[in-house]
Write a new protein. Structure first.
Lengths: 127, 495
């Protein structure tokens, strides 16, 4: 992308749906696969999609009866543009007081995982 | 304010001792009991840490004094506060020294301590909360709805089974390391990916839903608040860590209730896989972190432990009760015992009263003295009941004043004359005796002497305000003594 454009939260939700399919999809499909946190209706989705087309993030194929949408900018490209890398440990550690997790993220090297597996095995045999 | 600072420190120290004790004992105790009792002990201690107020139990320290207060209520005020003996000139070898500065310094230290504590706590909480909200927003922004319907289905099936009514939205975010639940009102169950095996998925979802059902986010937030208030206490950080680990254990125990070795092993495998997958995704710094592996090992040991253990509720109750009571009893806070000791019973006719009373180091400035009158300034800022009587003892100013709430004026009742040649006095006491009900601010009182002169009294008795606001006290009980007056040599006036 030459001219940098940014996605709002709602627009990003739409893009996330499009990024997760390999083929062009209809607006109905997008609507069904959007997070339920935001109260999406078809009308607002259509106008957001039109805006995304305008911005050049999405292409709209009007050859069929139902418009088909496909992402033009890849997830990785946009992430790179936003400077959004994978969440670092630092970020995730700042959550630990307020969320519950399966395990707390403090580890781990390859040797550690191997060591833990052996430990689990030894418990299994011992028990 | 000094009272408040001392309260916080006291609670921190007492709870710290308990935390260390439980921490030291837990390897032995966890052989016989499951993690549940500790899980509850931690939260009770945390609650105690969050509410660091004095329970107002002076009778615990001075029951005898209390009965004396009762006794004096029936005595005529004038009799109670009759003029005290005059110290002889010979006692007063020291030159006039204005020692108010030392008191002001100690107030300043408390104010500095309070400020440091307050700013530190706010900074601790604000930084963490801000980071949480920023990261939460970032995570939600980059999350997608899972495509796999099994996730939704398993969540609703497990929710039914576990009696969870709230709708829990699953989301997928490649950026996170571990599955997690965020939020209380609109809980979002966040998964790092959705390619789990079916049984793996069930374990993970059951684990997270168990956290949700146990209100573990609330649990964590209470710990966090305790930690923010006691940010200066390293033992509290230890407790938070331990409590988080025990919370995991309680959750694991609930997930594996009635499970055999095979299932337990599988569950351990799920956790291990989850860590391993994350490693492969390159989201984790590849540092060996032995504390980390040790913690996971301890968790695995707990997971693989099929033995049914008692939850140890009796132990819990004993420890909780002791913690609450012990940190509630203490010498009336903010009242340095040395100060009490510094006053010899022989100094005061009615010294027996003082044992039961709120004592504070406030300051009485003597502005000027023209015998037989004195202008006094007492540094205070307090709420005191109307009709409050001010009594200054420890000097020849053995007078009782009744303060009129409307005029904020106190009138002298009995003896007012300062004897000629009276020596300096120090550590005099201002006692405020309640004789009315409703509150008013005692900032300045004018004490009218019978001969038409006026004394001005400013009172700042913060600790009393902090502890006893809106408490109505029986008539005749003594609220307050104020120590540390200036040392002033009273010389005969030549007027």
């Amino acid at each position: 992308m030459k001219n940098k454009k940014w996605l709002g939260d709602a627009e990003l939700e739409i893009m996330m749906v499009l990024w997760r399919v390999d083929e062009p999809v209809t607006s109905k499909y997008v609507l069904e696969n959007l997070p339920k946190r935001r109260a999406w209706v078809l009308a607002s989705l259509m106008s957001s999609l039109a805006k995304l087309c305008e911005k050049g993030f999405v292409s709209c194929d009007r050859t069929y009866r139902l418009n088909q949408y496909v992402a033009l900018v890849s997830e990785d490209d946009y992430k790179a543009q936003e400077g959004e890398k994978v969440l670092s440990n630092l970020y995730e550690n700042s959550l630990h007081n307020f969320v519950t997790t399966l395990y707390s993220k403090k580890v781990i090297g390859d040797t550690d995982i191997e060591e833990l597996r052996q430990f689990l095995d030894s418990l299994n045999k011992g028990g | 304010m000094s009272q408040f600072v001392v309260n916080i420190l006291w609670v921190s120290v007492v709870c710290g001792v308990f935390i260390l004790g439980i921490w030291a004992l837990s390897p032995i105790l966890s052989k016989h009991f499951n993690a549940k009792w500790k899980y509850w002990v931690w939260i009770l201690i945390a609650l105690r840490l969050v509410v660091p107020i004095n329970f107002g139990l002076p009778q615990f320290t001075a029951p005898a004094g209390m009965s004396e207060v009762m006794a004096i209520q029936n005595m005529p005020v004038a009799e109670l506060f009759a003029p005290l003996p005059i110290p002889s000139q010979a006692d007063t070898t020291e030159p006039p020294v204005y020692s108010a500065h030392s008191l002001m310094e100690s107030i300043a230290i408390y104010q500095v301590l309070f400020l440091v504590w307050f700013v530190g706590g706010i900074a601790f909480a604000a930084v963490q909360a801000a980071r949480y909200f920023i990261v939460k927003r970032k995570i939600l922004r980059w999350s997608a709805v899972p495509k796999r319907h099994e996730i939704d289905e398993t969540i609703s099936k497990l929710s039914m089974e576990m009696g969870i009514n709230a709708a829990i939205f699953p989301m997928v975010n490649k950026g996170i390391a571990s599955p997690m639940i965020m939020g209380l009102i609109r809980p979002v169950l966040m998964l790092p990916h959705e390619d789990y095996e079916s049984n793996e998925l069930t374990f993970i979802l059951r684990h997270e839903l168990t956290h949700f059902k146990n209100k573990d986010i609330v649990y964590k937030v209470v710990l966090f608040i305790a930690n923010a208030i006691h940010w200066f206490n390293p033992i509290v950080y230890l407790m938070v860590q331990e409590a988080h680990a025990d919370m995991e254990r309680v959750c694991d125990d609930a997930v594996l209730e009635n499970s055999g070795t095979e299932e337990r092993r599988e569950y351990g495998e799920v956790i291990l896989n989850s860590i391993g997958q994350q490693k492969m995704r390159g989201n984790v710094f590849t540092t060996n972190f032995y504390a980390g592996t040790n913690k996971i090992k301890a968790r695995f040991t707990n997971i693989m432990d099929v033995k049914k253990k008692k939850s140890g509720f009796v132990q819990l109750l004993v420890i909780a009760f002791a913690a609450v009571i012990l940190s509630g009893i203490r010498p009336v806070m903010g009242y340095p015992t040395e100060t009490a000791n510094a006053i010899q019973p022989s100094d005061f006719v009615h010294s027996h009263i003082f044992t039961a009373m709120m004592v504070d180091s406030a300051n009485i400035d003597i502005l000027d003295i023209h015998l037989p009158y004195a202008n006094l300034m007492v540094a205070t800022n307090d709420y005191i009941a109307p009709g409050t009587q001010v009594f200054i003892s420890g000097t020849t100013l053995g007078n009782v004043f009744t303060i009129n709430p409307a005029t904020r004026t106190a009138y002298i009742r009995n003896n007012t004359q300062l004897p000629e040649g009276f020596g300096y006095y120090e550590e005099s006491i201002l006692s405020i005796v309640v004789s009315g009900e409703s509150d008013w601010v005692f900032e300045q009182a004018n004490i009218h002497l019978e001969n038409g002169d006026i004394w001005y009294i400013h009172a700042h008795i913060n600790e009393f305000l902090a502890e006893n606001l809106n408490v109505s006290l029986p008539q005749g009980s003594v609220l307050k003594h104020v120590f540390h007056t200036d040392r002033v040599l009273i010389e005969p006036s030549n007027e």
